[in-house]
Design a protein around this ligand. Structure first.
Ligand SMILES: NC(=O)c1ccc[n+]([C@@H]2O[C@H](COP(=O)([O-])OP(=O)(O)OC[C@H]3O[C@@H](n4cnc5c(N)ncnc54)[C@H](O)[C@@H]3O)[C@@H](O)[C@H]2O)c1
Ligand SMILES: O=C(O)C[C@H](O)C(=O)O
Length: 446
């Protein structure tokens, strides 16, 4: 006969400082699992697969391989790579305990704790002064505590959704200093996330989301492509180490040249393509929206648009899809002005580099990278642009390129097919081909 294990069993195990051993076929209630995670009680079973739920990311099933011409409105992301199943990922490693009382990370039982989500769901009264609504879980790691990494880390900490945000930089002092400085903003921004700064991926520990911003930024007179050899070495090494440390993680690449570095991180990591994504489209879309706002009386956020293709010359902003308040944007903003805004958005990275005179943009890029992570951790259903491995949708296959996607907790949920005009579609396909060519040159040079 199977046993049902509840929260009182978990709390008793916590009080005794032991794991909860369950037999095969036993039932551990969802509330008990939550409570086990909060109290750091390991739930062990004969097959050793029972673990606290919050560190086990669901990974979408399906395949990235699709036959052109069979497109429906969306396709499911998957774990298959180059036509064959990638090795089954090992179960997520629970986060090691952190310092006292960090909720959900296995600290000792204390009398004053943030309210348990399990108890909260059961309607238990909340201690006065404690934050009853937030549910923080897991760890996000940002590699590269430079300009972009710093802003990404700040946005992730501010969101107050992770137990811990860890900054990693080869310059360990920089990572530690920025982490401490950021932690000091906790009362100002009202977050309970712990922030840590370390020198290596391994010291950061297993994470659900890893943002790679490490690498060189361009200077005036350089193209993003000029960064390729230096950054490929850095990104390849980091991607391999991330996969070893966090086999369940979703990697979000920011380092330039973006499309090539994302594909490189995918091949180097060996992770399923659904868990290696590139950030550029969110930024390029935001730039277009912001610049339309500057050029017109429209509020930037009310402009509905999406930037696809490459993060560079082959950026495609389909004006046939751009709208405001249900009307085509071309009816609200004169087409010549709109075309000028598209060109300016495409060149915005270089425009900022020229103004800064040292380094490149970081406010909007860091915010955009965090936006992708937050869309995943919150399981938001919004459609956004990300560099993903094309699966035949839009007639593009087996190359990373900016496409409309839905993201979920486990990474890419689906590539969304939106109707494009013939020229827009051709430009998107051309972007895919140009990126493929550059990847070929990169492989030949290595
Ligand atoms: N995808 C995009 O839209 C986008 C936007 C902005 C910047 N970027 C790119 O992001 C990258 C970072 O830009 P930035 O402005 O933050 O540069 P930055 O120089 O301010 O920061 C880079 C950081 O990476 C660290 N680093 C280098 N090698 C490392 C390693 N092996 N391990 C850990 N840390 C390492 C450096 O010490 C530095 O602190 C650049 O390649 C830039 O071109 C991309
Ligand atoms: O332009 C750069 O070099 C950095 C980044 O890609 C950007 O678009 O700001």
């Amino acid at each position: 006969m199977s046993t049902v294990w509840g929260t009182t069993d978990v709390e008793a195990a916590a009080a005794r400082g032991v794991a909860l051993h369950v037999a095969p076929g036993d039932v551990v209630t969802p509330l008990a699992r939550d409570r086990a995670h909060e109290l750091g009680v390991a739930v062990t079973s004969a097959d050793a697969l029972d673990r606290p739920p919050a560190t086990a990311l669901p990974v979408s099933s399906g395949t990235t391989d699709r036959t052109p011409g069979t497109a429906s409105s969306s396709t499911t992301a998957g774990q298959r790579r180059n036509g064959s199943d990638s090795p089954a990922p090992s179960p997520a490693t629970p986060l090691p305990p952190t310092s006292v009382g960090s909720p959900g990370t296995g600290g000792p039982v204390r009398t004053m704790r943030p309210p348990s989500p399990a108890l909260f769901r059961r309607g238990a009264p909340l201690p006065a002064g404690l934050d009853g609504g937030a549910r923080r879980t897991g760890r996000a790691v940002v590699i590269g505590a430079g300009h972009v990494g710093m802003i990404t880390g700040m946005r992730l900490a501010d969101a107050d959704v992770f137990d811990e945000v860890v900054l990693v930089d080869i310059d360990e002092g920089r990572a530690a200093g920025i982490a401490l400085d950021l932690q000091h903003t906790a009362p100002l921004s009202d977050f309970a996330t712990r922030v840590r700064g370390v020198g290596t991926v391994e010291e950061a520990g297993p994470a659900e989301y890893v943002v790679i911003t490490a690498g060189r930024a361009r200077q005036p007179g350089m193209t993003r492509a000029d960064l390729v050899s230096t950054n490929a070495e850095i990104v390849g090494d980091l991607a391999r180490r991330v996969a070893a440390t966090s086999p369940q993680a979703v990697i979000i690449v920011v380092t330039n040249p973006l499309d090539e570095m994302t594909q490189h991180a995918w091949t180097s990591s060996g992770l399923p393509s659904s868990r290696v994504l590139g950030m550029a489209g969110v930024l390029d879309t935001a730039r277009f929206q912001a610049l339309v706002g500057v050029e017109s009386s429209l509020r930037a956020r009310s402009v509905d648009a999406i930037a696809l293709g490459s993060h560079g010359e082959e950026m495609v902003i389909p004006l046939s899809r751009a709208s405001h308040d249900g009307s085509s944007l071309a009816q609200v903003v004169p087409p010549a002005q709109l075309n000028a805004v598209v060109d300016r958005a495409r060149g915005s990275g270089a425009e900022v580099v020229g103004l800064l005179r040292t380094g490149s943009a970081f406010m909007a890029p860091g915010t955009s990278a965090a936006r992708m992570v937050l869309a995943m951790v919150r399981d938001s259903d919004e459609v956004m642009s990300a560099a993903v491995l094309a699966d035949g949708s839009y007639g593009i296959r087996d190359v990373y390129v900016g496409l409309p996607v839905r993201l979920g907790r486990g990474g890419l949920r689906e590539i969304v097919t939106i109707p494009l005009g013939p020229e827009e579609l051709a430009a998107l396909r051309e972007a895919g081909e140009r990126i493929r060519t550059r990847l070929g040159a990169m492989a030949a040079a290595s």
